[in-house]
Design a protein. Sequence first.
Length: 261
Amino acid sequence: MEPILEVQSVSKKYAIRTEGVQNTTLRDALARRTERVMSVFSNKERLHSHDFWALQDVSFSVKKGEALGIIGRNGSGKSTLLKIISNITLPTKGRVLLRSKVTSLLEVGTGFHPELSGRENIFLNATLLGMGGSAIKEKLPLIIEYSGIGEFIDVPVKKYSSGMFVRLAFSVAIHLEPEILILDEVLSLGDIEFQKKGFQTIQDLIQKKGVTVICVSHSIETIKKIVSRVILLNKGKLIADGNTEKVLSVYKDLTNSHSMI
């Protein structure tokens, strides 16, 4: 079966620029101003600029209906990878092949207009995902009921708590027929009851509807509950790919080795 997602030799570079040492005299300030102007005309990098590779030559593929976890220490490139897969940012090198529609929950409030109500944001998000008006109206009661927002559904979402944001965003995502669902620490912001309901819903989407799920979490328990396969990133490089228990063991050894440095 052809993979539903292929990440092919993806790298992402960011230019890190710092101001360097502070100016101590007027002469220093003028010299640095001249340097900045000359760098524009000469098309040269300033001396105190350097490149940071958030991802380096990352490759993997995902099958339809597979549940994949992405783990790694802070700064390992997990969120950057999800943004590239979600078409939020472009890779510096390599490419991503998507053979299905992606629904992403990356940050609290992403894709929501703060001045619009919860109800209006449901219609906005559903429309952006290509759903027609009649289909949205049909799904609307289910989305509102699952989210538990209730009487606040017509309140501007800028007044929502982070938990309310998560419940509504997650409810919208799962009811709009996702084919590839990407989650970045989303359920960790909900209460215990909502987390349990969310985990069960994700498992149902995978097992009963064949939805492909890609999940990033620092919670080992969350990873164990949702996915059967894990990839491990370290300093932007993919260093392990395999079944959950095996890769979690590698991650534990990596974490312990860093804690001893």
